[in-house]
Design a protein around this ligand. Structure first.
Ligand SMILES: NC(=O)c1ccc[n+]([C@@H]2O[C@H](COP(=O)([O-])OP(=O)(O)OC[C@H]3O[C@@H](n4cnc5c(N)ncnc54)[C@H](OP(=O)(O)O)[C@@H]3O)[C@@H](O)[C@H]2O)c1
Length: 261
């Protein structure tokens, strides 16, 4: 049985994955953005071991989350699942970067740097990483581009490409110690996916559960999984070591944190 932490487990894939893992007897810690959402999550997941509360668009709350998680850990599995898609550019108060960029890329980076290494580290990305523009990596925090250039969809694709680049860099660095995977869970009608989405939530959750319990070849370096636990292929740019290094260098510069050796 594993000890598992899932970020953004108050709704969508994270919530249903937590429910299934709890029903299999695993020790699952939830995470929610506020005490109200924590209470919603706990009602929906009665067997959870506990709930961490942090708004993952806040630098200070993300750092506090890491230390609280370490006090509860170590975890066998951490699933970086929290994510945002639509919404205004709205820059975060303490970093001045778009919320979408902070939640989708920066918060997973900070938690990766500060939390004790788990055995399995899973980053929930999207097939839309394939539409991300590698040319935007250099301005990933939107310091050069302005409000007029903002497009939710394009920026979301960029954040997911950047997340894959980050995950692939961590996978190489922690090879033989921590199995690191990225996931496209399917286009599903969650709050984030929207009503038109054609795929089945349970197929994406199947991938979360398979990876969480270690039912895959953990010797693979930086695998990318799709619904129903199928191995997929990332876009070629995600394997570019120069781009991986650039994402890590920029995140390091912005946060002052380094991925531990
Ligand atoms: N649905 C799709 O079609 C699809 C496709 C590809 C990839 N994905 C990825 O799958 C992951 C899960 O998405 P989902 O579809 O399950 O969406 P969802 O139902 O909207 O769930 C997202 C979760 O993240 C949490 N969250 C968002 N911003 C947060 C913040 N600032 N602080 C703390 N928690 C925050 C949400 O909390 P609240 O409940 O309080 O909002 C919720 O628990 C995301 O990374 C998403 O990009 C989804």
């Amino acid at each position: 049985m594993s000890r598992i932490l899932i970020t953004g487990s108050s709704d969508g894939f994270g919530l249903v994955a937590a429910q299934q893992l709890i029903s299999q007897g695993h020790t699952v810690y939830l995470h929610a953005r506020s005490s109200q959402r924590a209470s919603d999550a706990e009602k929906a997941c009665p067997g959870a071991a506990g709930t961490l509360i942090a708004d993952l668009s806040s630098l200070s709350e993300t750092k506090k989350f890491a230390s609280e998680a370490n006090a509860l850990g170590p975890f066998d599995v951490v699933i970086h699942n929290a994510g945002v898609f639509l919404g205004p550019t709205r820059r975060t108060a303490d970093t001045n970067m778009p919320t979408q960029v902070f939640v989708n890329v920066c918060a997973p980076y900070i938690l990766t740097c500060l939390m004790e290494k788990p055995k399995r580290l899973i980053y929930i990305s999207s097939m839309l990483h394939k539409q991300g523009d590698p040319g935007n990596v250099g301005d990933m925090f939107w310091e050069k581009r302005g409000e007029d250039d903002w497009n939710d969809f394009k920026s979301y694709c960029d954040t997911k490409l950047q997340l894959n680049l980050l995950a692939n860099a961590v996978a190489k660095k922690w090879k033989g110690r921590t199995s690191v995977a990225t996931v496209h869970p399917g286009w599903v009608a969650t709050k984030l996916g929207g009503k038109e989405a054609p795929d089945r939530l349970e197929d994406g959750v199947e991938t979360y559960v398979k990876l969480a319990v270690g039912d895959y070849d953990q010797g693979l370096v930086a695998p990318y999984f799709e619904p129903r636990g199928h191995l997929g292929e990332q876009v070629a740019a995600a394997g570019d070591e120069g781009l991986q290094g650039e994402v890590v260098r920029l995140l390091e510069g912005k946060t002052g944190l380094k991925i531990p050796a």
